[in-house]
Design a protein around this ligand. Structure first.
Ligand SMILES: [Zn+2]
Length: 434
């Protein structure tokens, strides 16, 4: 989306972590004309650079990629716009975001994919639309995958809802296989979750709320993995995976060398159902916060490589949609500005997951899931998308100061460790911490 930048930018003195290139060392980087021009040991780059960025004491990483955001346009600009959502993305260190099609109307045509990518949307970071897998996401008739892909969609999904019917899911994976196009599943057997605002467990029992069983997720993932194993070259991506049983199915598929991938959200590795407290609607999302055992399984899978990406499922809602009874409140929370800090605070500091693995989950991991070529790594010639952060900086997230139009975060006033210092898209600094 960013026009080629004529100026060059030299990032000096930082510590580069680029898992795809197997680099974890002090390096200088020269960006020119929207691309990575040179990477070298400290003080070895001869060209001066029109501008310099002093990255001493900071981590320099490939630009972060979020596979799952809801930017609410078209149709729900009162919650978020592409301009405000991508401003929040930039503040969170994301240089690319993949947008979900469950808007009003649903993004199920090439025209809407093009509309999302138009410069008139004033996106601050790269926007990669994910289009609907079925018409109006009704789950009955497949969309024109080939036309959607030509228009720039990177995958298809009916997110917000599952593709429930076996035959439709089979056809979607089949068509996806022919076109080398990933199908993203919102894994929820909605026959088991109707009117269930949270996870089924001791907390839903205490609060007197109907609970979604963990099996509602696992049942769909289980079926989908079996289909992916049967359909040669099909590509299945499991969105916001949240349960231990679903992980088991993903592991089965990966072991069988099926092209199965999955993403996990920061809230599912940070929080559990108990955190809903006394009907706090900022802790209501779908899939819901799960049990402590599910979170434990997710932490293991993040560490051992089973999980391919951390994705936020950034889901902004207006105050009036959250300040209502728990059962009536909208599902979803914002997440772009807290993702990295939660990963560093929870995964790195508390659970000792190496920083390089965390960077992988934000960069080459997601780039690989949707084939975002030239991104997710800072190899020479790649797009000049860079995220610079301070892993030791303590700060307090204030939802009221968010760049998002919405404020529905469970992490308001949380003290966190690790902060984005600068976000660079196509060689241009689009965010700089004050
Ligand atoms: Zn979803």
């Amino acid at each position: 989306m960013t026009p080629p930048e004529q100026k060059s930018l030299l990032i000096k003195g930082g510590h580069l972590i680029d898992p795809a290139s197997k680099i974890d060392a002090p390096m200088d980087i020269l960006l020119r004309d929207g691309r990575v021009a040179e990477i070298a040991a400290p003080n070895k780059i001869r060209a001066g650079g029109d501008e310099k960025f002093d990255a001493r004491g900071l981590i320099v990483a490939p630009g972060f990629i979020d596979l799952h955001v809801h930017l609410r346009e078209p149709g729900q600009g009162y919650k978020e716009t592409i301009a405000t959502g991508t401003a929040a993305a930039a503040a969170g260190g994301f240089t690319s975001v993949c947008t979900m099609p469950n808007t009003a109307p649903v993004v199920d045509s090439a025209d809407w994919v093009e509309w999302l990518r138009s410069p008139e949307r004033k996106a601050l970071v790269n926007v990669f639309p994910i289009a609907a897998a079925t018409r109006a996401s009704r789950g009955t008739t497949l969309t024109d995958f080939a036309a959607l892909r030509r228009a720039g969609a990177v995958a298809v999904t009916d997110d917000g809802k599952p593709i429930l019917q076996d035959e439709i899911m089979r056809s979607a994976l089949q068509l996806g296989a022919e076109l080398n196009f990933p199908v993203v599943q919102h894994a929820e057997d909605t026959r088991l979750t109707e009117n269930c605002p949270m996870h089924a467990g001791p907390t839903s029992f205490r609060l007197g709320l109907r609970g979604q069983p963990a099996s509602a997720e696992a049942a769909i993932v289980d079926r989908d993995v079996s289909l992916a194993q049967q359909i040669h070259e099909s590509r299945l991506h499991v969105a916001h995976l949240s349960t231990s049983d679903a992980l088991r199915a993903v592991r089965r598929g990966k072991r069988a060398r099926a092209r199965v991938s999955c993403e996990v959200t920061p809230h599912h590795f940070t929080l559990i159902d108990e955190n809903v407290g006394d009907y706090d609607t900022n802790f209501k999302m779908n899939p819901p916060l799960r049990s402590a055992a599910d979170r434990e399984a997710i932490l293991v899978a993040l560490a051992d490589g089973t999980v391919d990406a951390i994705a936020t499922d950034h889901a902004p809602h207006a105050a009036h949609e959250k300040q209502v009874e728990f059962e009536r409140a909208s599902f979803g929370i914002t997440g772009l500005e807290t993702a990295l800090a939660l990963a560093i605070t929870k995964l790195h500091r508390e659970h000792r997951i190496p920083l390089a693995r965390i960077v992988e989950l934000f960069t080459s991991g997601p780039a690989h899931v949707f084939d975002l070529r030239g991104r997710g790594s800072l190899a020479k010639g790649n797009h000049a998308d860079v995220t610079i952060f301070d892993p030791k900086k303590r700060w307090t997230f204030e939802a009221a100061r968010s760049r998002s139009l919405s404020r529905n975060s469970p992490f308001d006033a949380w003290q966190l460790m690790g902060k984005v210092v600068a976000t660079i898209v196509g060689g241009r600094v689009v965010y700089r911490a004050d």
